[in-house]
Structures are given as C-alpha cells and as structure tokens.
Design a protein. Structure first.
Ligand code: FAD
Length: 415
C-alpha cells in the first residue's frame, strides 16, 4: 500500500512526538505520520533517563542547549501540569566535595547566571540544613530544577496527537528510502509513505537514517550507556532532593548523581560507558557489525586518544561495584554497598565528529526535503517541546508555509 503524506516523522521518542504536535497545532490540515519501530512510545532514550527537567545551568552561553533548556524547561513543566503528568519543582544541589573543585563550582555558577539561571552559593553549614547526609565543602543551589516522568510525557503527547489527527504507527520501522522528483518514499513493512518532507528523530539510529535517506551527516552516533543503581527503601532518606557532583568540563556528561524520583525510589547514576550496540543496555548486548564498523572508524581512534583515561575510569567503575560505591560515598559517606543495587540503564545517542570529538551542542541539519536531528543528548528531554517547535518551523519553510513558520517561531519565543 502506498500513501501520500505531507510529513513523515521517524522516531516516536519525545522529539518526534513533540515535532508532530507542533506541526499539527499550527496547521491541522497537514497530514503527519509518526513511525516508531518499537511497540510503544518513548521506548529508548525518552523512556530510560533521569527524569530531570534541567534548568540550563551547564551549557555554553549562546549554544542551542543553553537557549532551548531554560525556556524549554518551563514549557515542559506547564505541559505536565496541563496534561496530568506528575511534575514537582524540587531544586537541586551541585556539591563540591573538595576544595580543588571550588573553581569548577564557581565557573558553573557564572555560566548558570549567564544563562539566566538563579543560582545561590551555599556554605557547608547552609547546605547541611537541607541535606544533612551529604558531604562537601560548598554547594550551588539551583531552584529551577524539576522532576517528572518523561515516559508519561510521551504517552500524553501520543494521546494529544491522536486528537490532533496524526497517523501514529508503532511497530513500523522505516527500512529504506527512495527519492522521486518531489517526494521521499519511506519503505516500512506495512506500507510505503510518499512524504513531501521527512523528519528524522531516530535517536540512536539518526546518523544511519540520515545516510540512508541520502544525506551525508558530518557526525556519527556513538552509543554511551548510563547505568543506574537504586537505593534500598530503608535508606532513601539519605537524600531529599537531587544532588549532583561538580561535572568534568571536558565531558558532556553530568557525573553520577543521586536523584529521588517522583514514585519514591531514589536512583544513583548514570555513569557513561561505551555501549557495544546502539541499544546496548547491558555489557552482554553486543552488535558485532557496529563494533567492527567502530574499530575501522578514525573517530574512535581520536576519541580514545583524548579520553582513554576517562574511559578506563568509567569502565572500571561499571565493572567493579566497590569503585562505584566509593564514588557515591564521596557525596554521601554514610551509604554502604548493601544500601544499593544495580537498577537498569539508558543509552545516550552521542554524536562524535570524524576526528573523535564529542559534540556538545544539539545538531539539527536541513536538506531541501528533510530535517535530521543528529545530536540531541541531555537536556533534549527537557527542551523537547521547544526543539519540536523549532523543527516544525523548518518544515513549514520547506513546505512553503512561511506564515506558519513565522507563527511557530513567534509563539515559541513568547511561550
Ligand atoms: C541515561 C540518560 C539520562 C538522561 N537524563 C536526562 C534528563 O534527566 N533530562 C533530560 O532533559 N534529558 C536526559 N537525557 C536525554 C534525553 O533522554 C534525550 O535527549 C531524549 O530522550 C532524546 O529524545 P529523542 O526523541 O531524540 O530520542 P529517543 O527517545 O531515543 O527516540 C528515538 C526513537 O526513534 C525510534 N527509531 C529508531 N530508528 C527507527 C526507524 N528506523 N524507524 C522507526 N523508528 C525508529 C527508536 O525506537 C526511538 O523510539 C538522558 C538520556 C540518557 C540516555
């Protein structure tokens, strides 16, 4: 069966769903189909993350991440409130555990202020009032942080899309692409979609989809797994609200943090280890083809040259439980090995350049008939509604709906 559509969105995570929503809210007359290869929405990154609505503290001023996180976080909080998705403004602490980390803490405070985030420096005595079991020499208090459940946000978006008239297809992988004079034909097991515009929000597979659709992405995805532990029920009171370490400025990861979830559980993590498959949630998930490709890729050599020390530390901490416990004890000295157990993981779709640099900012590329999201790591869940509006504006321009593009950009800026 073959069907003509205005827009085909590949990927039913937060970004694909948010993009379809922004398109249909602005132009209900468009035909929009979302293709998701799994049986449910948010099956990968969007359903396996820390559930933190970030404040915009960490990101280089002026970057897409910085611009989209601050306002995107507020928009996400409002969305949750309006759609009965649990959400709570918890605030968080970033804690320096030694005096050598104080310059890093101060640099972070400065960066946060440059991004419009309200941060407050706390002495040890001050933060001990809030978190008596947390050790450290000083902390930043960041009020504009909230907790939610992004898997539920995905379900709310899918429900809204049904009402807006989107065609939603789960268990529908985009398998291959052909081009006609004015359309991209997407071949799926059940049907052939002839789309005027293609939106690629395929997360861990986004570089492959971009290449298959005829683009030449300048970055490739390397999967980095983030593993979590959970604190046993009797010891959950050791931390009241999210507590983060001072991050390593060389890496686009935030460090192992302790995060009380809205369901009462308390998660510790994620670390960042190379995954051996795009959906490599465990060490034993190995995709020999991906590994062989990676070993031939000069990007891996560049990455190894730059980050081998970090890599050895992270892999050791993943495989040797006492090392993981030791790191958590730097923040919460009272915690013991028996107080925690391993508890699942998520896999980050992290873009890497050809010479092996980890790409920090979001990357969204445009060709005449497609928009490809090539790097959307954290805080893309926080910013997903805003990123969706941005992609929708690009799509409207491609379709020649300049007015809708302008309206979406203006509404997004005013929201
Ligand atoms: C461990 C971890 C912790 C994180 N913590 C946070 C956090 O606290 N706060 C925050 O803001 N961000 C966080 N993030 C980042 C956030 O989860 C992601 O940025 C966001 O979910 C990206 O959404 P997405 O839609 O781009 O990707 P995904 O959710 O991965 O969606 C991509 C979808 O595309 C589908 N797909 C792939 N190929 C095909 C195909 N051929 N055909 C059809 N469908 C296809 C996949 O099945 C998948 O469902 C975290 C990420 C991880 C991994």
């Amino acid at each position: 069966m073959s069907r003509d559509v205005d827009v085909a969105v590949i990927g039913g995570g937060l970004l694909g769903l948010a993009t379809a929503r922004a398109l249909l809210r602005a132009r209900p007359d468009l035909s929009v189909t979302v293709l998701e290869k799994e049986a449910h929405w948010g099956a990968h990154q969007s359903g396996h993350n820390s559930n933190v609505i970030h404040s915009g503290l960490y990101y280089a001023p002026g970057s897409l991440k910085a611009r989209l996180a601050r306002a995107g976080g507020e928009e996400m909080i409002r969305y949750c409130e309006q759609h009965e998705v649990p959400v709570k403004r918890t605030g968080k602490l970033v804690v320096a555990t030694s005096t050598s980390q104080l310059p890093g803490l101060d640099a972070l405070a400065e960066r946060g202020r440059a991004n419009g985030v309200t941060v407050q420096r706390l002495s040890r005595a001050e933060f001990a009032e809030r978190e008596p079991h947390v050790a450290g020499v000083a902390a930043l208090s960041v009020a504009d942080t909230a907790m939610t459940d992004f898997a539920q946000v995905c379900r709310a978006l899918a429900a809204e899309l049904t009402v807006l008239g989107a065609q939603l297809r789960t268990r529908s992988p985009a398998l291959s692409f052909t081009a006609t004079a004015d359309r991209t034909v997407i071949h799926t097991p059940g049907e052939e979609l002839r789309a005027r515009t293609l939106v690629n929000c395929a997360g861990l597979h986004s570089d492959k989809i971009a290449t298959a659709a005829g683009d030449r992405p300048t970055v490739r995805i390397m999967p980095f797994r983030g593993e979590y532990a959970e604190i046993r029920p009797g010891r959950r009171g050791l931390v009241n609200n999210p507590v983060y370490p001072v991050p390593d400025p060389e890496l686009p990861f935030l460090g192992v943090h302790i995060t009380p979830m809205l369901d009462g559980s308390v998660h510790v993590g994620p670390n960042a280890v190379p995954a051996l498959a795009r959906q490599g949630y465990r060490w034993r998930d190995v995709d020999p083809r991906m590994v062989a490709e990676l070993l031939r890729d000069p990007a891996l050599r560049g990455l190894t040259r730059r980050f081998w020390r970090h890599g050895v530390t992270e892999i050791s901490r993943s495989l040797i439980w006492p090392l993981f416990v030791r790191d958590v004890r730097r923040l919460v000295p009272e915690i013991e090995s028996k107080d925690m157990r391993r508890h699942g993981s998520g896999v980050r779709a992290q873009a890497v350049t050809a010479d092996g640099r980890l790409v920090d900012d979001f990357v969204i590329s445009r060709t005449p008939r497609a928009v490809h999201v090539l790097n959307a790591p954290s805080p893309a869940a926080t910013s997903s509604l805003r990123i969706g509006s941005r992609i929708a504006a690009d799509v409207f321009e491609q379709l020649g709906h300049e007015d809708s593009a302008r309206t979406v950009r203006e509404e997004s800026a005013a929201a």
